[in-house]
Ligand binder design. Structure first.
Ligand code: NAP
Length: 545
């Protein structure tokens, strides 16, 4: 199991100790960032805090596969840190901190590792292996490395040699790892993937490195790197970094969120992955929903947010990372169909697929992709009473002709409604109407998303369904029907669930309308997906037995 390391952001030792106490239940390592502390601050207090409360810090002391659990770092501004002094000053500050850690051991006799959790001293053991020092490969650290070598063998301190690339992902990651490890250090590769192709490449390099028992820290920074922070085990990495509260580095998660949502229990290198694939995905409630279901069933499976701009890259990523299924969201619901081997009626009728499952074939001859549309039954779920009361041929209005809009229109006409469809791009409206009218003649009428359509909308106002992405988190000030005054007798249904009340829904409520937000749809469609993901994870577990 990898260690999760909480970076301590200072600005002083007292604040760091408060943070250590708060985050001790969630993490198994701490990083002391000397560059974020005042010059000359002594780190002895941090080591005293650790040794003074071994019960609280049990996760730090429990060795696991990787012994070091306190990392000392001094990052320079050019390497993404805050230290703007010279190379010599940097080395001198690092030396002082390391000497403090070493002296503490010498002075205390019984030490950090020297007592068990009941406080019984076990003489002879020491800080052995607990402390690691992170030195950038860019630093002129030749002197430091030879000075540190003596301490390494005497006290078992660990050297981490790191390389950060904040702008991209260099071509030969394996060679970079080998270069970093040359002086007997644990290599740390922190690069910035530009998409899921890069992310898969980082995982391949990390896993290849660690398969022969070598250790490495491998990290994808930035918004595309989130998977490597959540599941370092899938990247061959022995550590992942998290922050106490707001992110200290791009893409970093709060250590408590990381523990509660994704790593309780932690994944391993064989854990099958599931994901929400799209852009954006950070607002999604799907990871919390599906991980809770996996936990309930005691299944070894992990669901992550996977920011993705290129749907065509999904199959390769899936092969490398053992992605077994995904919820598909904006803007990929149509594009993922290009690699499906099989799809359900809902996908065929709407041209939109919101669930993909990668099934192992019965004869063991590789994998097949299967697509489903769980948005259709999900969408209808909170409308059952309305549909029963409205009877045949009810006139309803749908705003938006994207993936979700199409599903909504198909769901409503398949239940006997006539739909007035409005969309910003009139071309798209016509295309959807044509396709659905081919299967359900004269069931869809088109109009422009503009003032001139107000009268027409009034005719179909029994149910107004908002399916555009306007109004969701990030575009909260948007209301695609801003030109329409609610009469008060409409049922207004906005399929957005973050925020819980969009501008569209708020205006409807104020006018006295009954309202439904996207929560019920989300839960129902997610329950259907969950059944599929749980079945896939069970198959994977059986295959491994
Ligand atoms: P999509 O395929 O990308 O379609 C986006 C739709 O929004 C299109 O109709 C687009 O119109 C319209 N749109 C975007 N920006 C607009 C603007 N500024 N003004 C007017 N219209 C605009 O996305 P989708 O998959 O249909 O998803 C749409 C929304 O539904 C998202 O917010 C998503 O979170 C939500 N959703 C909720 C659930 C749930 O379970 N509750 C399920 C699925 C989706 P153009 O064609 O003119 O670009």
């Amino acid at each position: 199991m990898a260690r999760i390391c909480c970076t301590l952001p200072g600005p002083d030792i007292g604040t760091n100790i408060d943070l250590m106490r708060r985050y001790a239940p969630f993490v198994s390592a701490f990083e002391i960032r000397l560059d974020l502390l005042p010059r000359g601050a002594s780190v002895a207090g941090i080591f005293q805090e650790l040794r003074g409360d071994r019960k609280r810090y049990a996760r730090i002391f429990d060795g696991g596969e990787i012994e070091f659990s306190v990392i000392i770092t001094l990052r320079r501004t050019r390497d993404g840190g805050a230290f703007d002094g010279t190379g010599e000053e940097a080395i001198s500050i690092l030396k002082t901190a390391i000497e403090e850690a070493a002296l503490l051991k010498d002075a205390q006799g019984s030490d950090l590792h020297g007592s068990d959790l009941q406080g019984n001293d076990a003489p002879g053991s020491d800080l052995q292996g607990l402390v690691a020092v992170d030195i950038e490969i860019q630093s002129e650290a030749g002197n430091f490395v030879s000075w540190f070598d003596a301490l390494r063998s005497e006290k078992g301190f660990v050297l981490i040699r790191s390389f950060h690339d904040f702008n991209g992902c260099p071509p030969d990651l394996s060679a970079k790892l080998a270069e970093l490890a040359r002086v007997g250090a644990v290599p740390k590769l922190a690069v910035t993937p530009r998409g899921i192709d890069d992310l898969a490449r980082i995982a391949e390099a990390g896993r290849e490195w660690c398969c022969s028992g070598r250790r490495a820290i491998v990290l994808g920074m930035g918004v595309y790197g989130m998977a490597s922070r959540i599941a370092p085990e899938k990247f061959g990495s022995c550590i992942s970094f998290a922050s106490p509260g707001s992110a200290l580095a791009p893409g970093q998660l709060d250590a408590g969120v990381l523990y509660r949502e994704y790593r309780n229990p932690p994944p391993n290198e064989h854990t099958p992955l599931f994901a929400i694939v799209g852009n954006p995905v950070s607002h999604s409630k799907s990871p919390a929903f599906h991980n809770a279901r996996f936990r309930e069933k005691n299944l070894d499976a992990l669901y992550i947010p996977l920011l993705c701009d290129d749907a065509a890259a999904i199959p390769r990523f899936a092969r490398i990372m053992d992605l077994r299924g995904a919820s598909v969201t904006v803007p990929h619901k149509e594009k993922v169909r290009s690699f499906l081997d099989e799809e359900d009626q809902g996908c065929r009728h709407t041209g939109a697929c919101n669930t993909i499952i990668r099934d192992m074939q019965k004869d063991g001859a590789g994998f097949r992709w299967r697509g489903m549309n769980s948005d259709i039954p999900g969408f209808l779920h909170p409308l059952e009473q309305f549909l029963a009361d409205a009877g045949e041929n009810a006139g309803v209005c749908v705003i938006g002709a994207g993936g979700a809009g199409r599903s909504a229109v198909y769901a409503l006409v398949s239940r006997g409604c006539t739909v007035l469809l409005l969309n910003r791009s009139i071309e798209r409206t016509r295309r959807v109407a044509e396709e659905i009218n081919a299967a359900f003649p004269q069931s869809v009428i088109c109009a422009g998303l503009e003032k001139n359509s107000r009268e027409k909308i009034s005719e179909y106002r029994k149910l107004l369904v908002q399916t555009t992405s306007l109004g969701m988190k990030g575009s909260e000030t948007g209301d695609p029907l801003h030109f329409y005054q609610f009469a008060g007798d409409e049922l207004a249904y906005d399929i957005i669930y973050t925020p819980a009340e969009t501008l569209f829904l708020g205006r409807a409520k104020q006018a006295g309308c009954r309202t439904i937000n996207g929560e019920a749809m989300f839960v129902r469609q997610a329950e259907i997906q969950s059944g599929e993901f749980i079945a896939a994870a069970k198959k994977q577990a059986q295959g491994r037995e």
